[in-house]
Each structure stands twice: as C-alpha cells, then as structure tokens.
Design a protein around this ligand. Structure first.
Ligand code: CUA
Length: 421
C-alpha cells in the first residue's frame, strides 16, 4: 500500500519539493508563533508582571511592516513551488501513449490504443502516458488518484479530462477513487502496474488478458469476460457472498423472493428474469437488496452479449471455449481443405494458411488486380464464394463454395484459428 510513497513519476519530484517547502515554512511559523506565545505567557504572567505596569501600545509601524513583508515573501515562495509543480503535472508531452479511462459505479476501465481493455492499468516504465478520463452521462462523479505519481483528477460525468505521467520505477501502485461515489466506492481500488518495455510489449501484442495471466482473451468464457469487463463483479460476487447485489454463484434456476410493486413473490431465475434484471434492474428487486443501486445496461450490452452472459450463468464451469486449434484442424481435415492449402507456408493448389490472417493479398476482381487485406470478412467470403476474389498466381475454379457445408460457427472457429497461425 505504501509502494511508491517516495514518488515514482517524473513530475513527482517537483510536487515533493512543493510539499516540503510548504511543510518547512509551516513548521517554522508554528515554532515561532508557539515559541513567542510561551515566552510571553511566562514573561507577562501576573505573578511576575504587575497589572499597573501594563502599557497600552496602539501602533508600531516598523513591526507591522515586518510582519506583513515576511509573510508576503513566504507566500510567494510557496506559490512559486506550487505553481511549478502544477505546471509539471499539466504540461502533457506531445509524444505519448494515449489511454482512455472510464470511471463507472464502481470500477475503472482502461482502453489502450490497440483496443485492449483492462480493469487495472499496465504501462511501460519511462514512457509518457496520457490519460483521457471520463464518466458516462448517467453515472456519478469519481476521482482518479495515483498517490505514487502525485496526481489526482476528478471525473465529472459527460466531460473528458486529461492527465499524464511518466513512471520512473517498475512496480505496482494503487489507483484510488478519491470521491465518495456511493456504496461500492471502495471497490474502485485498482492498481497501475509499471512493467519493463519488453514485458509490456510482449503482453500488448499478445492475446493475453493481463501481463500476469497465461489465459488468452479468446480462451475465456465470453459471458464471464463480459461480466468482468463491465464491472459487474464490483457488486456481484462469483463465490456466493452477497455484496451490493446478489451473488452470481448458483444463480441459474434458484428461487428468489422478489419485490414486485411492493409485494413479495417467489421467482425462479430463468432467461427472462435475467434479461429483465440486466435491462431493467429496478423492476424486480430481490429481498434484502436495495433498488437504485444498478443502472440499466440497455445500450451498453447487445442482445448477443446478454445471451453470452446468460449462457455463462447456465453453465459457469464451461471455463474455456473449445480448443480452437483441435476443432479447426478437425474441420479442415474433414472437409479436405488441407489437400490444397498447407499450414506451413508452402503454396499448393491454393495459398497457404500460414500468416493468412491480416496479410495483404493481390486479388483479381472482374479481371483487375486489387490489393485487399485478408481479414475476417475476406476470409468468410473466400470460403463461401471462393471464385469471387482469387489471389494473384492462383487459378479460379479450383475450389467450390462451402456454403451449406460449413456452419457460421465452423467458419468463426477457422478464422479464430487463422488469426493465431
Ligand atoms: Cu468512484 Cu469513489
């Protein structure tokens, strides 16, 4: 918790200096005032100083000038150091990596330039990191505070704020929400992990969810991934203990007492109830919990997302998707694809699958050569309508359509497999 207490960003030095200057001056003034007070209390005590010796002094110009000018200097000194540290915190270097931060009840979401999303923040050491901070319009005020980097930024819903830092030391430091934002305020405690450039790059260019997990994003149960990335676990545990809302453990099929229009009713948790609770959370509140704690996920989650989440509730132990490679290999083998396409880069009747995803290919469209990117939609088309865009150097008419032979799901699995090949 005290990790980074010395200040581990390039701007923290000037903030520390400002703090010590103000602190030093305050101690000086404190000692001086209290010292003089004790001295006078002793010297002018009525035991030692008879009342009739007291003179009524009304004015002393030199003394008044001294106690005006000296404090003025002290205040100017404090201003100088305070302002220069503010400048260090506010001058955002041009050359930076920009990360989008969203503060929501009750979690932080960090989105990186390549689309990765994490709850904690991961950054390389010694790089300028610019944060664009915001909160959704139907949310409340949060405040993004990283004591180790000496900066704090309030986040008012609907506005975007900027902050930056350049971390000087590897390690894990606290991110706190410094604005009391309701029941789950304390769940907003997160971490910023400062990694070596190598560790960061390795993770950033991989499919792994965090630099510390071996699990790749596509391995995780998609419903569970959505639950985590939307911050649901800030209020709903996965282990059975109640938090702000009921736990997700054993949710599917259990019977809950629910207040509907003020009357308690027994309800079995099924698809319809779950969907309603996500889209209209305050309609049916489970007994023992409060309304108004959760806002609707309408517009935030698609029907497909909700379907995935419900799938997860139905079968929470289906931790991973089917092994893509095994499944894809089975599809390729049983459909004879490997007779014409190799997986090792050598061209056969058709192009090799190795590196096929994302590469640029010259294709013949209506007789003219064009460059296209071999992305998901191109690959899908090439499976369903193989003679529409034939790669330069290969011949049309060699492959027939797999329409009706491969399901959409099969094609998804193949594309997922191609991505990693
Ligand atoms: Cu967000 Cu406190």
């Amino acid at each position: 918790m005290l990790n980074g207490i010395e200040g581990v960003s390039t701007a923290s030095g000037s903030v520390n200096t400002a703090m010590y200057v103000v602190y030093g001056i305050s101690i000086g003034v404190f000692v001086l005032v209290i010292g003089i007070m004790f001295y006078f209390a002793y010297k002018y005590s009525s035991k030692r100083y008879p009342r009739n010796k007291i003179k009524n002094i009304e004015h002393n110009t030199p003394l008044e000038i001294v106690w005006t000018v000296i404090p003025l200097f002290l205040v100017m000194i404090m201003f100088y150091y305070g302002f220069s540290s503010l400048k260090a915190l506010r001058t955002i270097p041009k050359n930076n990596m920009e990360i989008q931060v969203t503060g929501q009840m009750w979690f932080w979401k960090h989105k990186y330039p390549n689309g990765k999303v994490t709850k904690d923040l991961y950054v390389p050491v010694g790089k300028n990191i610019k944060l664009d901070l915001t909160a959704p319009k139907n949310d409340v005020i949060h405040s993004y505070y990283v004591p180790a980097f000496r900066f704090k930024q309030d986040v008012v819903p609907g506005y975007t704020y900027h902050a930056w830092f350049n971390a000087t030391k590897k390690g894990a430091y606290d991110i706190e929400c410094a604005e009391y934002c309701g029941l789950g305020h304390s769940s907003m405690l997160a971490k910023v992990y400062v990694l070596s450039q190598k560790d960061f790059d390795e993770w950033y260019n991989s499919d792994r969810k965090t630099p510390f997990s071996k699990e790749s994003a596509s391995d995780e149960n998609p419903g569970l991934a959505l639950i985590k990335s939307n911050g649901c676990t800030s209020c709903h545990t996965l282990d059975g203990s109640p938090l702000v809302g009921p736990s997700f453990k054993g949710l599917w099929g259990r019977s809950e007492k629910v207040k509907i229009d003020g009357v308690l009713k027994d309800v079995v948790v099924d698809e319809k109830y779950l969907k309603e609770s996500i889209l209209n959370p305050n309609a049916d509140i489970v007994e023992g919990f409060n309304a108004g704690m959760m806002s609707s996920y309408k517009g935030k989650l698609s029907d497909k997302d909700i379907g995935n989440i419900i799938e997860y509730f139905k079968n929470p132990n289906a931790k991973k998707k089917e092994d893509v490679k095994a499944k894809a290999t089975e599809i390729l083998e049983s459909n004879g694809c490997l007779g014409c396409h190799s997986t090792d880069g050598s061209p056969l009747v058709g192009p090799s699958y190795k590196g096929i995803f994302g590469r640029k290919v010259k294709v013949k469209i209506d007789g003219t050569l064009k460059e296209v990117v071999s992305d998901a939609s191109y690959l899908r088309e090439s499976i369903l309508d193989p003679n529409a865009k034939v790669v330069d150097g290969f011949s049309a008419g060699m492959m027939s359509s797999y329409k009706g032979k491969l399901s959409d799901k099969d094609i998804d699995i193949l594309i997922a497999y191609f991505k990693g090949l």
